[in-house]
Design a protein around this ligand. Structure first.
Ligand code: IFM
Length: 423
């Protein structure tokens, strides 16, 4: 039976990424991308939320929401500014942030890679270069050795599918390549292999210090792909989309597989991290290589400020679909909407949490929900225009203000109960 109560140990969190909130770093691929004038509205990630200087203030925001979890990422270029150097002060900064979080009763979920690369790594062809795997592992080792005693939940790589699709196929993320399917696949193979080896490495290092509660996963951007009027070509597109965009990564990272071949033997997820936002209806288009479809939406559906369909049932569908495939605990590592007027976010949160409760009622171990995002921030190609925050952010004054939907989420986090919309 579906109840309104979440399990006592359920993690209610929010998620962010370093590049999107910290500001101030000039040594990364997104700084270079902004400098090259690639953000259509001219916004620049150098400003962001000045989180680097405002850690304490932002942890207070989290306390205001009654969060007991926070997913965030380490900015690799800060830790390893050049290929041959490490910045001790930077890793200690993160250590201090984690200590403050834990003192506030907030468990960190730490992401090692979330879209941005050190400039030196980008310049050597980033993830397309085979050396990327050993470089990522060296960085992982450094982070785990310095922070591992404080961290139980790890995300190796955030949305490798989006990173590669946008950077090598659509061409709107660095390095801006279009239709380069060969690099997409090469990058995928390297990211999958890096994830599997990082999984093993993190467990080994944590074991060495006697830390037994380590959970390692990745955050996969999963979408629902539905067919258009049951057309035959649409059914083929659906198979291609599920495979190329998600199952290649899901099977690869879970089982160490690459097109049926074993890259690494074993199982490399302790939990499945799902980032869920929307779905696509695949309208046949024979010229649209390699998916042979245009991505469309149902007529008259509700959308967010970025014109993405709001489809809460999709979250339940994906949780069930992927749970069947892996039978592992699940964390919703991201879910949220761009809604500058805060007109729809409250219902969005309600409906997506209701979808999660329906899965829990069926016995699926959904363990946590990390709302994207704590505070309006640098939304990649949209700059500061897309406002996903539970807190609104004023770039001029750096003022943070809790939205109505944030107040609603705070009450849910506090009571661990899904509250009615009129509450
Ligand atoms: O802001 C992004 C995040 O960095 C990755 N997942 C999707 C979010 C919203 O677009």
């Amino acid at each position: 039976m579906v109840t309104n109560n979440f399990p006592k140990d359920f993690i209610f969190g929010a998620a962010t990424a370093s590049l999107q909130i910290e500001g101030g770093d000039r040594n990364n691929s997104w700084y270079d991308w902004c400098e090259a004038g690639k953000i259509p509205n001219g916004d620049h990630c150098i400003e962001a939320n000045q989180h680097w200087e405002r850690v304490e203030e932002d942890i207070n925001l989290m306390k205001g929401l009654h969060l007991n979890g926070y997913r965030f990422s380490i900015e690799w270029p800060r830790i390893q500014p050049t290929k041959d150097s490490w910045d001790k002060a930077a890793i200690l900064h993160y250590r201090d942030e984690i200590i403050q979080l834990k003192q506030a009763g907030i468990e960190p979920m730490l992401t090692l890679h979330h879209f941005s690369n050190p400039s030196w790594f980008e310049q050597q062809n980033a993830w397309i270069d085979k050396e990327s795997i050993s470089l990522f592992l060296a960085y992982t080792e450094y982070v785990v050795k310095h922070l591992g005693d404080l961290v139980s939940h790890w995300v190796t790589i955030n949305e490798p599918n989006v990173y590669l699709m946008m950077g090598y196929f659509v061409g709107i993320f660095p390095p801006g390549k279009e239709g380069d399917i060969k690099s997409y696949l090469k990058g995928a193979k390297h990211m999958i292999s890096a994830h599997c080896q990082a999984y093993t490495l993190i467990h080994k290092l944590q074991n060495d210090i006697g830390k037994k509660d380590t959970q390692v996963g990745a955050a996969l951007h999963l979408r629902v792909f539905d067919t258009y009027k049951d057309k035959w070509l649409s059914k083929i597109s659906q198979k291609i989309c599920y495979f190329l965009f998600q199952d290649l990564f899901f099977n690869g990272m879970l089982h160490g597989k690459w097109f049926g071949r074993t890259l690494h033997r074993g199982q490399f997820f302790d939990y499945l991290g799902i980032n869920y936002y929307s779905r696509d209806i695949l309208k046949p288009n024979i010229k649209a290589f390699p998916i042979f479809a245009d991505l469309t939406k149902p007529a008259d559906c509700k959308v967010n400020d970025l014109d993405w369909e709001i489809y809460p049932e999709g979250l339940a569908r994906l949780i069930k679909m992927y749970y069947q495939k892996c039978k592992l605990p699940i964390h919703i590592t991201e879910n949220g909407m761009a809604d500058s007027q805060d007109k729809q976010r409250k219902k969005y949160i309600h409906d997506h949490l209701r979808a999660i409760l329906s899965c829990i009622a069926e016995g699926i171990p959904v363990k946590g929900y990390f709302h994207w995002t704590l505070i309006d921030n640098f939304e990649w190609m949209e700059g500061y225009e897309a406002r996903f925050g539970l807190y609104a952010h004023d770039l001029e004054t750096q003022k943070r203000s809790l939205r109505e939907s944030g107040k609603y989420y705070a009450e849910i986090c506090k009571s661990k109960r899904l509250l009615p919309l009129d509450s």
